[in-house]
Ligand binder design. Sequence first.
Ligand code: ADP
Length: 249
Amino acid sequence: MGDIVSLTGVHKAYGRHGNRVTALDGLSLSFLAGTFTAVMGPSGSGKSTLLQCAAGLDRVDAGQVLLDGAPLHECSERALTVLRREQLGFIFQSFNLIPALTARRNIELPLRLAGRGIDAAAIDRGLADVGLAERGGHRPAELSGGQQQRVAIARALVTRPKVIFADEPTGALDSHTARGVLALLRGVVEQHGQTVIMVTHDPVAASYSQRVVFLADGKVIGELAEPTAEAVALRMAALEPAGSGAKPC
Ligand code: ADP
């Protein structure tokens, strides 16, 4: 299979002349369809900006962003909205569920927004796939953090998107619960052939991916295939700014 997301020579800066900050500095990076990639790097290295630009949530200043061959940098806002709704799924650290809606209604929401029909049996399967077959009638406040994130994953999957973008999906979970959520994301790739792109700062989370890409100063500075948590932690330690942990001289 080929690339499903591809960024070439992408530049993105924020602010004006005096306080201009370069977030992405000629970044080039591709993601193969049907793979699970973790994006890591120090705070401020451009991870969130990369996710926003790759998902068509933000526009690049220069360069190309292709989603399954479609040039996002040339799309109108309207086309981007439709494309995001139909082809992408999003998972956030803070779950972003609608508090007033049950788990089932939260999962159905992307279908309603897209004007698609709702197949109750498919929603049942979606709930069962994330281990929540008995919880469809519960509101987010009646679910644990891990269960809420499972609802968010089912919601992200319900439209069968080509790519799922996850921004620190386990950042608010304890380590045991986090592992369950990560195993679920890995399963999405292995069983359904979907593509997952996940920003994380946690080497254990990254070890569930098949490839880790390291950013620094808005550029790709390296990657690891089939990463272990130890190898990721070592590489991250080398990337931390000098002085963070170093002895005073
Ligand atoms: P990361 O996710 O790796 O922490 P970001 O992509 O959030 O990095 O940020 C990259 C750089 O761009 C940082 O220097 C950050 O301060 C800056 N930046 C990000 N978003 C904005 C914004 N909306 N306005 C101004 N500067 C921003």
